[in-house]
Design a protein around this ligand. Sequence first.
Ligand SMILES: [Zn+2]
Length: 194
Amino acid sequence: MHALLRWCAPLILFCLPLTTSAITLDEGRGLCRSIYFFESWEYSPDQEVEKIAREIIEKAGHHFVPVVCVGDGGRHTLAGSKRMEHGGRSYYVMGFNREFRRHLGENLRGVIAHEVAHASFPDGLCFGGSIEDYTACELGVDKEGERIVGKGVIARAHEAILRIIEKTRVPPTENDLITLRILRARRDALREGK
Ligand SMILES: [Zn+2]
């Protein structure tokens, strides 16, 4: 018997998270606190996101443990992600605005694919440049997302995000306006068959 299971056997309820979950609550909290793109991050053992993320990470050829965090409020970005190394393991930490995630429904897959697609590019590549550089970078990330899950999944997610921003982000933040611009640019490119 595996040493961990033997040690855990008398305390199976206490030990269950160690054997069935990829990360512990403390690890999740620590990782979510360390990401930079939200002001207040909470760890969220969101099994639906984790399951889809695990599948897409594998399909993309990466070896990351997915970690899901949530943020609240209109000031927070809709979604973001970051690679992190901790304790000899590679994690892919994804943040979702709680309200945004709730409105996504079946388009969650397209958004996760976009976030996982960021992992194929050097960390921070899309950030720190001009808005034009950021837009070009995000469109490149979408192309990679399309390679992983298909054009239709990404295109439908874009339409959903446009609707969600218009409906729930009033007034939109500066970042939302940039996101809208990128989504419209990608929609135009798709219509032109690019
Ligand atoms: Zn992005």
